[in-house]
Design a protein around this ligand. Structure first.
Ligand SMILES: [Ca+2]
Length: 657
């Protein structure tokens, strides 16, 4: 069967108006911009929570990021999503771009299964199998989108990136093939931050749950890097900082050379750190700054952070914070044993060290820009890709039963060693909720705790009167690409690019708002949807409907007024049924427009998993975790079956609802 599925028509069908709007903006921009166009630097942290940097209320030392904020704008209404990088890179929804779900979750049937979750009508658990091979769920940035890097490169920019690029595994998916002149990319969703890799065991052909995330698989300019050829002193954040500085120097040298046509070429630099994603690891010199700081536990930290958020003016003093949702353990911190408390606070110390390491590298890159005379002509964004990571993996049946044994066997999680290369820890839901407070829940949920992220904007394009300002207007990661293209005077090529149909951007340019010419990026009655792994939300202005499946939520739609209830505590579904009904009409439209495959009947036309659907791994393009997979990649590539849009898969598996 051919690789390419039918083009899902939904985004073309529903986005007609947007195509026209974008075309008009583009025409306005084609007039050559006067003077030098700005450079762009987009810095993304992985799983950094709302209050984890100093200028957003943290005790963690982040002087460089704080300095950016003092010269720019802090945004409290900025929203990301679960597959954020696809949206940054395309300006459209991740379900359209091929990352409808993360490949790990689509691949492993039981990955997100909790004890106590309800069953389908046939008595089976809900699972992600119906998404395998479906359009929008390819697991890589698909052929229906054009990337921001492609647009800017074609528009005359030098494009470069260093960091995590979890958007496909094969060379033809690499940033090198998707618009980056220079790229140093980590390809899995996570990896050991020190390239430490004890030999694991892959049993019966299917990797154990975290095996794919242990390997430090990188490529540079599309070529895989053997693990032993990564820098000897590899530490993810340091190495990405080094690489970006190297690429920037190379660009500067190129611009200086006489006789080059493009010697005033601006740059687009993308720095997506893989920190502070687990495993929590950082240089000891940074972790040591936090020894003892967290001994009083996550609730004390949560209260301190909340007080600081109020003091800084980032949240209203009357904000009611969502209560902490626990991890199934009934004991409070006070009832933990001394040892459990020490282990837990050490994990938080390691997390803090990781955040400080990010800041140090942000500082190095900014210093370098200053040194080469480009700092003031560079538009800079710093943001996180989603809320803090609160999963207690030890409580997931699959991890508990397999991965914990692996960790015990190959890693040294003694108290003294936590944070080192050969340790493997995460910090769990209580620390995460200290960081996402006052919001509800954390990463992978469509409540505010999973999607509201810290964001700082600075540089040309922002009015000088915004220095150090705090703004509360709604904006999203889909707005980044339209903003940069707008500032660069580059036209998005939709509906076609290089002979194929591509989706238009769904985001809006923030530049009028940043200049102070518009009160907000989006109109007051904006509508915006989120879906990830069967968790869902649809928002219109301050009203937000949320669906969180059991056991972490009530498994029904809830309704919140975010203007009065930022913590999503008071469910108004019964008081305002008409508003909920109206939002659910928008929800259905969103499902159709972006091509969601619902994982619960409450979310739309639902297909129950059957035995006929694709098996685990059958649709993954590169099984790099298998023995020999890194040495001879080509032997481990696949061209998996892809299903055409909608109807065909229904005929394969039978429509249940
Ligand atoms: Ca993330």
């Amino acid at each position: 069967m051919g690789m390419v599925a039918c083009i899902p028509l939904s985004w073309l069908r529903c986005e007609g108006q947007e195509i026209v709007e974008i075309a008009e903006v583009a025409i306005a921009n084609i007039a050559a911009p006067t003077g030098k166009r700005p450079n762009f630097l987009i810095i993304v942290a992985d799983d950094l929570g709302f209050s984890d940097v100093g200028c957003f209320g943290s005790e963690i030392r982040t002087p460089n990021i704080d300095k950016l904020a003092s010269q720019g704008v802090r945004c409290t209404g900025f929203h990301a999503a679960a597959a954020c990088s696809a949206m940054i890179m395309t300006g459209t929804d991740h379900h359209i771009a091929g990352l409808g779900n993360l490949i790990e979750f689509t691949n492993y049937t039981g990955w997100l299964r909790f004890d106590g979750e309800p069953l389908t009508e046939s008595g089976k658990p809900y699972d992600t199998k119906p998404q395998r091979g479906m359009p929008g769920y390819e697991g890589y940035l698909n052929e229906h989108v054009v990337t921001l890097a492609e647009c800017l490169r074609d528009g005359g920019y030098r494009t470069m990136m260093a960091g995590k690029c979890h958007l496909g595994l094969k060379p033809e998916r690499s940033p090198h093939s998707r618009g980056f002149d220079r790229s140093f990319a980590m390809l899995p969703g996570s990896a050991n931050h020190y390239n430490y890799r004890p030999e694991g065991e892959i049993k019966n052909g299917t990797p154990q749950i975290l095996d794919t995330s242990l390997i430090c698989l990188h490529s540079e300019d599309g070529e895989y890097i053997p693990l032993d050829e990564l820098p000897k002193d590899f530490y993810s954040s340091n190495t990405y900082g080094d690489k970006l500085i190297e690429y920037l120097s190379e660009w500067k040298e190129g611009n200086k050379k006489e006789g080059q046509e493009d010697r005033d070429q601006p740059f687009f630099a993308y720095l997506p750190f893989s920190a502070p994603h687990w495993p929590l690891q950082a240089p000891k010199e940074y972790i040591d700054h936090y020894r003892g700081v967290y001994d009083k536990g996550p609730e004390v930290l949560r209260q301190k952070r909340l007080a600081k958020l109020v003091e800084l003016g980032l949240i209203d003093k009357d904000t009611e914070p969502h209560p902490v949702v626990d991890d199934g353990r009934s004991e409070a911190w006070e009832e933990f044993s001394d040892f459990e408390r020490k282990m837990s606070s050490r994990a938080m110390e390691a997390f803090a060290g990781m955040v400080e390491a990010i800041d140090v590298n942000v500082g190095r890159v900014l210093d370098h820009l200053k040194c080469i005379g480009e700092l003031d002509s560079t538009f800079i964004m710093f943001l996180s890709d989603n809320g803090a990571e609160g999963a207690a993996y030890e409580a997931y049946p699959l991890v508990r039963d397999s991965m914990m044994g692996h960790i015990r066997k190959y890693y040294n999680n003694s108290l003294e060693n936590i944070g080192a290369a050969d340790s493997f820890v995460w910090y769990g839901p209580r620390w995460a909720q200290a960081s996402t407070a006052p919001s509800r829940l954390y990463k992978m949920f469509t409540t505010e705790g999973g999607i509201r992220v810290p964001c700082i904007l600075k540089g040309p394009g922002c009015t000088s009167s915004t220095d150090g300002a705090i703004r509360h207007e709604f904006a999203t990661v889909m707005d980044i690409a339209p903003t940069l293209l707008d500032m660069a005077g580059v036209k998005h090529p939709a509906p076609t690019y290089q002979g194929r149909q591509v989706a238009p951007m769904r985001g809006k340019s923030m530049s009028s708002w940043l200049r102070g010419d518009a009160p907000s990026t989006h109109p007051p009655d904006f509508v915006y949807g989120w879906e990830f792994c069967g968790r869902a939300a649809i928002r219109r202005a301050q009203w937000k409907a949320v669906f969180i499946p059991a056991p972490k939520g009530p498994h029904k739609w809830q309704l919140y007024d975010l203007s009065k209830d930022a913590g999503e505590i008071h469910d108004l579904a019964e008081s305002y049924p008409k508003i909920l009904e109206e939002l659910l009409v928008h929800w259905d439209k969103y499902v159709e427009e972006v091509g969601i495959i619902p994982l619960h009947p409450e979310l739309g036309a639902y297909l129950e998993a059957t035995e006929d659907q694709m098996e685990e791994n059958a649709w993954i393009e590169y099984e790099y975790w298998r023995p020999g997979g890194l040495e001879e990649p080509g032997k481990f590539f696949r061209n998996p079956q892809r299903f055409p849009d909608g109807i065909a898969q229904a005929s394969v598996v039978g429509v249940v609802a």
